[in-house]
Design a protein around this ligand. Structure first.
Ligand SMILES: N[C@@H](CCC[C@H](N)C(=O)O)C(=O)O
Length: 269
């Protein structure tokens, strides 16, 4: 079978995007992993598939990690999905809605950026009972997918693979595991983060849902106010907006950043 695809990235988090509105493409977990393989395939952190909506939104969003496993949501992927489907629509749109496992989201094209209205965060938990020698306090929140968050003093020097894997596979998060984020304070409303992603099993250049999780904990732990700027490993700075409702509750979380088309192609699978 010949598969048509578009390669995109959101702040360096990169994706294979396919148009499956006719539901005529059925990929196995192994095939998705092979497409995402950086040596033997196209190479990507994940695969996005556009499907027809079921509950009244414009489209349905499907996201698969590089290992072929499906995840509920992907923030950088949502911006790419928004830019891709806005262009796919006839006539082209400036705003699209799409169903994800984490709820129905919207994407608005704003100049060169895309803003995602995220689902409300849940399961927020402070100071988890996890002891890791390089980290003092580990927190958790689900911003569409699960995220552990630890603030550190020396972010560039941190061994993200070692600490990330220790958190991702920790019993506390079994059986589903979690993504693991490490953040440091740049300014009052400005942080830098690095993320170990579940399903990629390594550090990615950016993680959108991880940025949201870290920005919320910057508010809780350090008093940061919305909007919070977030520097990511790939060199971009994105912006997280939110409404703090008190008692560690948040609503109206937004993620604003780039979504870039790289190339289109065909591959035989
Ligand atoms: N890169 C993403 C998150 C993708 C899903 C994640 N790896 C998981 O399995 O939870 C983002 O930008 O949010």
């Amino acid at each position: 079978m010949i598969l048509n695809f578009t390669k995109m990235n959101g702040a360096g988090n990169d994706f294979v995007v396919i148009d499956n509105r006719k539901l005529d493409i059925s990929l196995t977990k192994e095939q998705i992993a092979q497409l995402c393989d950086r040596h033997r395939g196209i190479g990507a952190d994940g695969l996005l598939a556009v499907e027809p909506a079921e509950n009244g939104a414009d489209y349905k969003f499907r996201y698969y990690n590089a290992d072929g496993g499906e995840a509920e949501m992907c923030g950088n992927g949502a911006r790419c999905f928004g830019a891709y489907t806005a262009r796919l629509s006839s006539p082209a749109k400036q705003s699209v809605t799409f169903e994800t496992i984490a709820g129905t989201l919207s994407a608005d094209l704003i100049g060169d950026n895309v803003r995602i209205a995220m689902s409300d965060p849940f399961d927020l938990d402070r100071s988890l009972p996890i002891d890791l020698e390089d980290l003092t306090e580990i927190n958790f929140v689900n911003t569409g997918v699960p995220h552990a968050v630890a603030f550190v003093n020396d972010l560039p020097a941190l061994d993200v693979i070692k600490n990330g894997a220790a958190i991702r596979y920790h019993d506390h998060f079994a059986p589903n595991g979690t993504n693991a984020n490490f953040a440091s304070v740049v300014g009052e409303n400005h942080i830098a983060i690095r993320t170990y992603e579940r399903g990629v099993e390594g550090e990615t250049l950016a993680c959108g849902t991880g940025m949201c999780a870290c920005a919320l904990f910057h508010h809780i732990l350090n008093g940061g106010q919305s909007p919070i700027k977030v520097d990511v490993a790939g060199g971009d700075t994105l912006e997280i907006g939110f409404e703090a409702l008190g008692d560690n509750q948040f609503s109206n979380v937004t993620l604003t950043g780039p979504a870039d088309f790289v190339f289109t192609g065909q591959i035989s699978i």
